[in-house]
Design a protein around this ligand. Structure first.
Ligand SMILES: Cc1cc2nc3c(=O)[nH]c(=O)nc-3n(C[C@H](O)[C@H](O)[C@H](O)COP(=O)(O)OP(=O)(O)OC[C@H]3O[C@@H](n4cnc5c(N)ncnc54)[C@H](O)[C@@H]3O)c2cc1C
Length: 434
């Protein structure tokens, strides 16, 4: 391994590995450092890896739709072999229940129409035809089991939903990250595992490299923080936090896996479903299971934690989530043995990530991915590579933000949308939905 590179990337999760790949494509010699033993072993490994195209902001929607095309043609994008095979994109679509609490998704449909994203409005009959195990009685507001009225319908039924066909999930997020590692290596990138970055080195007022936990120094004029829930620690290490109006924190999450009800093959016939009426989202999971996540309704406590010391065991949150899903699927069997995942989101104040430079020349960040940026990893990485090019060539991104072309959808976005200096974006859903 060399001791000097054009760029060091801290973190080899899905966004970190994609960033290495995209920087290598611009001709930079990169080193990715991760303290875990392999690529995608951090939060990426437990990602639900849902690929969807509906967001509550125009820029968020545009980036997600652009991102969809990378997964759709994964082999061509990677342009490299992986001895483990390539991760598959299960394009089962995404169904979102329309309620008055999400404005019947009128804004989402307007954004989709403006961006030529295909969608269909499904009535109750169409929803139940697709998901015959569903009972559409309404339960709003989402509750915890000890609350009065839990499990009792609150009147009426969910009347309709919006179906986005250009959506689905990646069943093996770690393999997708390994694919990106191999693609980056094919372009000359190097990866160093089992080593922690403990210091960001500087000279003449800019970044000059990193120090590792074995004392060795790596020189590089560019360092990129893609450290997930450890992002705030790395920013502090770099002295980069001073001017940030938007910051990041680690938020604990539990994800439930339960068997599909008897007689229905959710893995083969199901779809991704976002259901704000019960405060849950779900998707098919291997072994004919249903994966259930929380949409962070008010009744669920938000548990901000120390990314190095948090409870990795399931708590009663698992049971609440599973039973909320059971309201929608009355025949759902909820086993005694808890299965699923416990991991961390890296969350900003407005649940929109930060893809930006910093006040320290040469130090960049792709952080705050808030439980919903797996899908954007390739396109966000390409945007980061363009941002590094722009700033290192003297561009003043804070004053004149980079405009980044989204080639597949024929538009461009103002990368200032993701700035660390932005005001909190009031259009956000302030939840994992982005
Ligand atoms: C439970 C859960 C469900 C999710 N579901 C979805 C979803 O359905 N759809 C979607 O689009 N997104 C989803 N996400 C979000 C998505 O998975 C993340 O945005 C994405 O995985 C973040 O990737 P990353 O490259 O930032 O790295 P991460 O996976 O966050 O990893 C960061 C890496 O940095 C390394 N690191 C940290 N500090 C140091 C250091 N000092 N030195 C060396 N290495 C260091 C860590 O070891 C780690 O490997 C979900 C996330 C979670 C946790």
């Amino acid at each position: 391994m060399a001791q000097d590179y054009d760029a060091v990337i801290i973190g080899a999760g899905v966004i970190g590995a994609a960033t290495a790949f995209e920087l290598a494509k611009t001709g930079r010699r990169t080193l990715s450092v991760d303290k875990l033993p392999a690529a995608g072993y951090g939060p990426t490994s437990n990602s639900c890896a849902i690929i969807r195209v509906h967001y509550s902001t125009f820029d968020g929607t545009a980036l997600a739709y652009e991102g969809y095309f990378y997964w759709k043609d994964w082999a061509r994008y990677l342009d490299a072999e992986d001895e483990r095979g390539l991760a598959g994109f299960n394009e089962c679509g995404c169904l979102i229940m329309r309620t008055e609490h999400n404005g019947h998704l009128e804004r989402h449909c307007d954004l989709a129409a403006a961006l030529d994203i295909p969608f269909e409005i499904w009535d109750r009959a169409r929803i139940v035809e697709k998901l015959p195990v569903y009972d559409l009685k309404r339960f709003w507001p989402p509750k915890r089991m000890e609350q009065d009225g839990f499990g009792e319908p609150t009147g009426g039924e969910v009347e309709s939903a919006v179906f986005f066909p250009t959506a689905g999930y990646i069943s093996d997020p770690q393999l997708a990250t390994h694919n990106l590692q191999r693609a980056a290596e094919a372009k000359g990138s190097e990866f160093l595992f089992g080593r922690e970055v403990v210091e960001i080195l500087k000279s003449d007022g800019r970044v000059s490299g990193v120090r590792l936990d074995d004392g060795s120094e790596i020189s590089a004029p560019v360092v990129i923080n893609v450290a997930g829930p450890h992002s705030a620690q790395i920013n502090a290490m770099a002295g980069a936090a001073g001017d940030m109006k938007i910051t990041t924190r680690a938020l604990r999450q539990e994800v439930v896996h339960v068997p599909s009800p008897e007689g229905f093959d959710f893995e083969r016939l199901g779809t991704v479903v976002s259901d704000s009426d019960i405060g849950c989202y779900c998707r098919p999971e291997t072994g004919n299971h249903i994966l259930v996540g929380s949409e962070d309704p008010e009744c669920d406590p938000r548990e901000f934690v120390d990314a190095d010391a948090y409870d990795r065991e399931f708590t009663d949150q698992w049971t609440h989530q599973a039973h909320r899903m059971g309201q929608r699927i009355p025949t759902l069997g909820i086993p005694n043995r808890t299965r699923g995942a416990v991991d961390l989101y890296d969350v900003t104040e407005d649940w929109i990530p930060i893809y930006d430079r910093s006040q320290v020349p040469g130090f960049y960040m792709a952080i705050g991915s808030s439980g919903n940026q797996f899908k954007n990893a390739p396109v966000a990485a390409k945007m980061m590579a363009a941002l590094v090019d722009y700033c290192e060539a003297g561009g003043d991104h804070d004053a004149e933000p980079l405009q980044f072309p989204l080639d597949h959808i024929g538009r461009s976005i103002d990368v200032g949308f993701y700035s660390r200096l932005r005001e909190i974006n009031a259009e956000s859903s302030f939840s994992v939905l982005g």
